[in-house]
Ligand binder design. Structure first.
Ligand code: ATP
Ligand code: MG
Length: 439
């Protein structure tokens, strides 16, 4: 196969499907391909969606071929009449469709194993391979992927031929996301063979923070990294915090890229300090808290009001949570706070349910009721109703009872009900982590 030693390794993506255009399905395949191809070293520089029809697919392919020497087309490889990708692309590239005997006997065997003697005619179509096309096995479905070399000058599509600089590699991959991912594995060697040394892989490291706003964090990170730097920083804010994504571009040697990322991470130590948590598997603070509890051989219990069980969920999201999570109560009504979490009824009357003493009592009550080392209590106004001048919507008191001391915080969280609840649970987990890690 002719490689592209000198041309920049870039990709264009065409996603096919009416459902993507009418908004019934979100184009997750384009997002996934964007990440994978950037990681591989052939970043996506152009993307387009096409309806399930020959003309639209051909047009999209033509435009994509003008933009990059690798074009990935997903969707529309199914067995039904409305799956047009295979014939449309084959026709545009001047490649005749032929029955692939290997594919059809393989598919026949799979159908026989499933108790179907005769391969349906519709599925036989999926065994048609354009001349010169290479089959990319699909272990999860009936539609195989295909790799095609699109030679410059063979364009047979309607309209003006694309102004391609040279040959291109065209990959057809199935639309169902699980199948796309599986078949992409088979496509990776094609991409490596096609681009060779021209691939410019990206090495990424993500540092997670919580409890600091992007607008405050970003300038500090930029300043710490300095002007002439080897590492790019991107900020990914969400309800649970801001992730700092460090990336090194265009360095083939993984060890060298790792050294650059280590250097940048070290420079950010002071800046990220108390806001940083480590959750290599999930990026979730709950993972970091779980690890810190295990490290100290501590257990935790919770008593939640406004978060309605979200804190317990976050602490039990991962397998192995039974090593540190003992249990929790959702003490929503005032009476429930009294009977389930041993909060003093007179205290609620005096201070209100959303107050420092009640948060403290919830944390201590959870700790006592379950016999845990740590207890966490949350009480707040999630909204949209129920706010007052003194305690506007978004006001949350949360507390962590450690063996020696109870720590209480009041915070106001912006956003709607969902946002307030997510932020409140995250803040309580952040306080717990800080205390467990002694910072
Ligand atoms: P088959 O028809 O055999 O399932 P196909 O390759 O023709 O395979 P499509 O018909 O295009 O696949 O898509 C099947 C399903 O996969 C769609 O209904 C949709 O749920 C999902 N899907 C397709 N394209 C995308 C996409 N770009 N992003 C996310 N999901 C997608
Ligand atoms: Mg489809």
């Amino acid at each position: 196969m002719a490689g592209k030693e000198t041309a920049a390794a870039t990709a264009a993506v065409v996603t096919v499907g009416d459902e993507l255009l009418i908004g019934q399905t979100i184009d997750g395949n384009a997002a996934w391909l964007g990440q994978r191809l950037a990681t591989l070293g052939a970043p996506v520089v152009f993307g387009v969606r096409a309806a399930d029809d020959d003309e639209a697919i051909t047009h999209a392919l033509g435009v994509a071929l003008e933009r990059a020497p690798l074009v990935v087309v997903t969707g529309g490889l199914g067995p039904t009449d409305d799956d047009r990708t295979r014939p449309a692309v084959a026709r545009a590239l001047g490649a005749e469709l032929r029955l692939d005997e290997g594919l059809s006997s393989d598919l026949e065997a799979r159908f026989r194993a499933a108790g179907i003697a005769e391969l349906p005619e519709t599925n036989r179509r999926q065994c048609m391979v354009p001349a010169g096309g290479r089959v990319l096995a699909n272990p999860l479905g009936t539609a195989p992927g295909l790799a095609l070399d699109a030679r410059a000058g063979v364009w047979q599509g309607a309209g003006r031929p694309p102004e391609v600089a040279g040959d291109a590699l065209v990959l057809l991959l199935p639309g169902p996301p699980r199948e796309l991912r599986a078949v992409f594995e088979a496509a990776e060697p094609e991409i490596h063979a096609w681009f060779g040394d021209a691939l410019r892989p990206v090495h990424v490291r993500t540092l997670y923070t919580t409890g600091i706003a992007e607008s405050v964090l970003a300038p500090r990170v930029e300043a710490a990294l300095g002007e002439a730097r080897e590492v790019d920083a991107a900020f990914l804010p969400g309800l649970t915090g801001v992730a700092v994504r460090l990336s090194v571009w265009g360095v083939a040697d993984a060890a060298e890229a790792g050294r650059r990322l280590d250097g940048a991470e070290a420079r950010l130590d002071d800046v990220l300090g108390a806001y940083r948590y480590r959750a290599p598997e999930s990026g979730d603070l709950g993972e970091a808290v779980g690890a810190a509890l295990v490290a100290r051989k501590y257990t935790v219990a919770v008593a939640e009001s406004c978060t309605g069980g979200l804190l317990a969920k976050r602490l039990t999201d991962r397998a192995g949570a039974s090593a540190y999570f003992l249990g929790g109560v959702v003490a929503y009504a005032d009476d429930a706070k009294v009977t389930l979490a041993a909060v003093d009824a007179a205290m609620i009357r005096r201070h209100g349910a959303v107050s420092e003493p009640v948060a403290r009592a919830l944390a201590e009550g959870a700790r006592g009721a379950f016999g845990a080392n740590c207890g966490v209590g949350i009480t707040g106004v999630a909204g949209p109703g129920g706010g007052s001048d003194e305690k506007p919507v978004g006001t949350v008191w949360y507390a962590v009872a450690m063996p020696d001391e109870v720590h209480v915080r009041r915070q106001w969280f912006p956003g709607d009900r969902e946002a307030v609840r997510v932020r409140a649970a995250q803040a309580a987990l952040g306080l717990l982590l800080g205390l467990l890690e002694g910072r």
